[in-house]
Design a protein around this ligand. Structure first.
Ligand code: C5P
Ligand code: C5P
Ligand code: ZN
Length: 465
């Protein structure tokens, strides 16, 4: 940990010498949260920041940045996969990334301003997110703890990357940040039902739309969900009959009855890992009760619905605390995002998932946007897939075919590392990739899907043998 903090300090000291900084970040919730934290910390230090968001860091992006004569460039939530290319650039780079550095060799350690948890024995898939790294960096930017209040957004980023999924709660460095957030009162946490929509959805919709875990006879089934509550004698509407009751409107006793019946229901229907229903939930204490910003998971979904649709500035401003015009816009984007996710999962249900020896896949062509194909892949794995294989999804993109993979935890335990499997297989067909052991992605040439699949199928087989 000492060496890790020393690196953070070195990075911050370098940035403090500057008056103007360019920041490049990733277009997902964690990338937005990371950028918001660093931007705020720099502004408080009197440093001007220009922020740009990219789908992924490649040579084109680096060339574009170089042409703008940027001074110091900070990369958040990306960068580690491009160390060699970054080293060749004439500008100074500070990299705050939590994706597995390919090779994990001395070269990644030698890079002077490179913070990556994997180099310090911390797993970047669940122990520290990009936003958590940004938070640690931000603490070094100020001597009097003025950046501690950014801890809530650090938690939003971690939850947006599903870092709490493995253990049903945040662990590792994420947990240290959580405890700090709770101490200063910006976040509270408790054990509860871990289903999306606690703050905003009518309870029957919350269960009906649950894809992770999939609730047999309830998920995707409005009648089934309504029946579940009427059998339990739970009122769906407030006493005046005017509003739908949300999870936060229920009494403790009602919640307990629902949870026990839900667990019983899932056990009776053979749902695996029923204990995943219960776990920690995170509440942003400074946000209005019943808003999508109050719950960390809902907040992160709101962020995803901006940057993944080319409106990163909206998400950035929200993550930085703006609650005026952009907030209205973000709610429209959120509705659109939810529609797209539902349509995406329906597309997969209709076209089906093809099963190979060690993986399963579907190709969405241009039917699902490449920036959300990974989310749809994850949702389809729990909602549709009948087996426990890694799921790989394809969608057309400008550069060829976007690949997105999600793996079950049980296979990661047996040695699966989807980041290296996808990286190696993509390289064979002239593409590239990376990410985490449990979730990874890449880009391959448009006509290379079948050869890529054959290699990946093999590679995954070797890893879990
Ligand atoms: O690029 P980045 O690290 O920010 O994104 C991590 C991705 O991994 C997210 O899209 C997240 O949804 C996914 N993930 C997952 N299942 C997990 C952990 C992460 O699908 N258990
Ligand atoms: O895009 P998707 O959500 O499938 O990405 C899963 C994980 O793989 C993310 O952490 C993402 O940053 C990473 N990834 C990567 N290189 C790519 C594509 C995705 O490291 N070319
Ligand atoms: Zn991330």
């Amino acid at each position: 940990m000492k060496r890790f903090e020393a690196t953070a300090k070195r990075c911050a000291d370098k940035v403090k010498e500057e008056r103007k900084v360019q920041l490049i970040s990733h277009i997902d919730a964690d990338g937005l949260a990371s950028a918001a934290i660093v931007t705020k910390a720099l502004k408080r230090a009197g440093i001007e920041v220009e922020v740009d968001f990219v789908k992924q860091l490649d040579k084109n992006v680096l060339e574009r940045v170089a042409r703008s004569d940027p001074g110091v460039v900070i990369f958040t939530d990306l960068g580690s996969s491009m160390l060699q290319d970054i080293a060749r650039c004439r500008f100074t780079s500070v990299i705050l990334d939590h994706h597995i550095p390919p090779g994990m060799d001395s070269e990644s350690l030698e890079f002077e301003f490179h913070m990556n948890p994997h180099l310090f024995g911390i797993n970047g898939a669940y122990e520290l997110s990009g936003s958590g790294l940004a938070y640690i960096f931000a603490q070094e930017m100020s001597e009097d703890h003025e950046n501690r209040d950014l801890a809530d957004i650090a938690i939003v980023g971690a939850v947006g990357d599903l870092q709490d999924k493995k253990h049903g709660q945040l662990v590792g460095v994420n947990r240290q940040i959580l405890e700090e957030a709770s101490r200063i009162g910006v976040i509270s946490y408790e054990k509860d039902l871990r289903i999306f929509g606690r703050q905003t959805r009518p309870i029957y919709r919350m269960l009906q739309y649950s894809s992770d875990p999939h609730l047999p006879g309830i998920s995707g089934d409005e009648r089934g969900s309504l029946d579940f509550f009427s059998n339990l004698g739970i009122d769906l509407k407030s006493t005046d009959g005017m509003t739908w009751r949300r999870w936060i409107d229920l009494t403790r006793g009602e919640k307990q009855r629902i949870v026990s019946r839900l667990i019983e229901h899932c056990v009776n229907h053979g749902v695996e890992e029923v204990d995943r229903l219960i776990g920690e939930v995170y509440t942003l204490e400074n946000e209005p009760v019943g808003s999508e910003l109050r719950d960390a998971t809902e907040f992160s979904t709101l962020l995803n619905s901006t940057a993944r649709y080319g409106e990163a500035q909206v998400g950035l401003e929200i993550a930085m605390g703006d609650r005026c015009e952009v907030y209205k816009r973000s709610k429209e984007l959120l509705r659109e995002h939810r529609r797209n996710l539902r349509a995406g999962v329906n597309f997969v249900r209709e076209t089906g998932i093809t099963v190979l020896n060690n993986i399963q896949y579907f190709n969405a062509g241009d039917q699902i946007k490449e920036t959300i194909i990974g989310i749809v892949a994850g949702m389809s794995a729990s909602a549709i897939s009948k087996n426990n294989l890694p799921i790989v999804a394809f969608a057309k993109c400008e550069e060829g075919l976007k690949v997105s993979g999600r793996a079950p935890q049980s296979l990661v335990k047996r040695g699966l590392n989807l980041a290296t499997a996808i990286d190696v297989s993509a390289a064979h067909v002239g593409g590239f990739g990376g990410g985490h052991d449990i979730a990874a992605g890449g880009v391959i040439p448009e006509d290379a899907m079948n050869s890529f699949l054959a290699i990946l199928d093999d590679e995954v087989g070797k890893q879990i043998k």
